[in-house]
Design a protein around this ligand. Structure first.
Ligand SMILES: Cc1cc2nc3c(=O)[nH]c(=O)nc-3n(C[C@H](O)[C@H](O)[C@H](O)COP(=O)(O)O)c2cc1C
Length: 305
């Protein structure tokens, strides 16, 4: 599949705030993810030169095509962010029209924009005119329960220069639970000629096939990759890695960027996901969640895998 003129493959790791750090993205990429997204970046914070925001923009060499997701609600500010020095290394810019988090919605960002289709049109038009790079969008199917604006939004995006659209088949009201609306994803695919990426509840081969049956051009995985970056190898039929080696690679990558103390905090959640359902892990999980020693965590993980 091509996004504008860039060949991108078809199996993507989703942007996940607080989770898809550069170490995790690196292992996903090495294990078969075709595209990995830097988590959503607040355009206002970026333009203020916020240090934490800049830290999130770290990428690795394995990410041969670099994608960043940004969010905001003012078309001119978003366009200015796209043109900023900090985003110049990225090949594709994705705009978030789906985040359901109350603090994001309260500011009129993310999924709140699904209530203001004129603003979506303005953002897409202004941003695609501000750069020659492909600009893509990630949406939910609507805001309130039972509301469905997906086809309309996808068409607005296409008419205003967007190069591909990812559809998470849920409303904002559903947050992360309830059924994925495959029918709507299929309708979106039939309603636009830009590539459509299906997202929602892909956890294994069966759910992957189900998403594929909508006719989408690509599939994006978020929670299915937590503690399981080898899901990309499984779905592609690639040989499976040694799991401890993967965890070690994730840790070693982050060591370049963080102090041991920061690392322990950043990695804690990952260690708990890596050990979820691993036989014999239950008795170590409290230790993994509390220890301030990275070596102690790695010793436990080595013994478990
Ligand atoms: C912890 C977490 C953080 C997320 N952060 C983002 C984000 O930064 N940008 C975004 O578009 N979606 C974000 N999402 C939503 C996912 O990208 C995805 O659309 C959603 O989880 C549905 O896919 P899944 O069923 O494969 O998890 C996040 C999801 C989770 C669980």
């Amino acid at each position: 599949m091509k996004i504008k003129d860039i060949e991108v493959g078809s199996l993507f790791l989703a942007p996940m705030a607080g989770v898809s750090d550069v170490g995790f993205r690196r292992v996903c990429k090495m294990l078969g993810a075709d595209l990995t997204y830097v988590e959503m970046i607040n355009v206002n914070a970026l333009l203020r030169d916020n240090a934490h925001t800049k830290e999130l923009l770290q990428t690795c060499d394995e990410e041969t095509i670099k994608v960043v997701q940004i969010f905001g609600h003012d078309a001119n500010v978003i366009a200015k962010a796209i043109q900023s020095e900090a985003l110049q290394k990225f090949d594709i810019i994705d705009i978030n029209f789906g985040c359901p988090a109350p603090k994001i919605v309260k500011n009129g960002d993310g999924s709140a924009l699904l209530k203001h289709l004129d603003k979506i049109a303005d953002i897409c038009k202004t941003c695609t005119q501000a750069t020659t790079k492909p600009v893509t969008a990630k949406i939910r199917i609507g805001f309130d329960e039972g509301e469905n604006v997906a086809v309309q939004v996808a068409q607005i995006c296409e008419q205003n220069g967007i190069s591909a659209i990812t559809v998470h088949g849920r409303t904002r009201a559903q947050m992360y639970s309830g059924d994925v609306d495959y029918q709507t994803i299929k309708k979106v695919k039939q309603s636009v000629s830009i590539p459509v990426i299906g997202n929602g509840n892909v956890f294994d081969k069966q759910s992957y096939e189900k998403m594929l049956s909508t006719g989408v051009d690509g599939i994006m995985i978020a929670r299915g990759a937590l503690g399981k970056p080898w899901i990309f190898s499984e779905l592609k039929g690639l040989s499976l890695p040694n799991k401890f080696d993967v965890i070690k690679c994730h840790v070693d990558t982050l060591k370049k960027y963080y102090s041991e103390e920061e690392l322990c905090i950043t990695l804690r959640k990952h260690f708990l996901w890596y050990t979820k359902d691993v036989p014999g892990a239950a008795k170590y999980r409290l230790q993994l969640a509390t220890t301030k020693s990275l070596n102690e965590s790695l010793d436990i993980l080595k013994s478990l895998f």
